[in-house]
Design a protein. Structure first.
Length: 131
């Protein structure tokens, strides 16, 4: 099927947008822009999503508590803003964070909160402050 082939091509060409929906609209089938605008409205609502405390706890329970060969501990997780949803991850070490940590955390968030499956996410990783 052509749509499936094009979706696969787009996924290969734009791997950084693996969260995005690929939508095909046909003028011949009279789907029109209303279909696209309805989808855009739903996605905009997700863009503004603020997670609940229960959802935050669910994500926290799903996250690995250490990363990398040095076993860098994860000590805090929280949402710091929306538009797009942005999450703060605090590590219990001053060692450099493994490169894949943001990708892994984003994937877990999307798995635990399907509403955010097609929403861009930001994950900020920082070391615990010393005070």
């Amino acid at each position: 099927d052509l749509n499936r082939k094009l979706t696969g091509d787009i996924s290969r060409w734009l791997p950084m947008l693996n969260w995005a929906i690929v939508k095909f609209i046909s003028a011949a089938e009279k789907q029109g822009l209303k279909t696209l605008l309805d989808e855009a409205q739903a996605l905009y609502k997700n863009w503004q999503h603020q997670i609940t405390e229960a959802q935050e706890e669910k994500i926290w329970a799903s996250l690995p508590k250490s990363f990398g060969p040095q076993k860098i501990r994860l000590i805090k997780f929280s949402q710091i803003r929306s538009e797009p949803p942005e999450f703060d991850v605090v590590l219990g070490s001053r060692l450099p964070a493994p490169a894949a940590i943001k990708y892994i955390i984003s994937k877990i968030i999307r798995r635990q909160l399907p509403i955010l499956k097609h929403t861009p996410l930001r994950v900020a990783v920082r070391a615990k402050s010393v005070l």
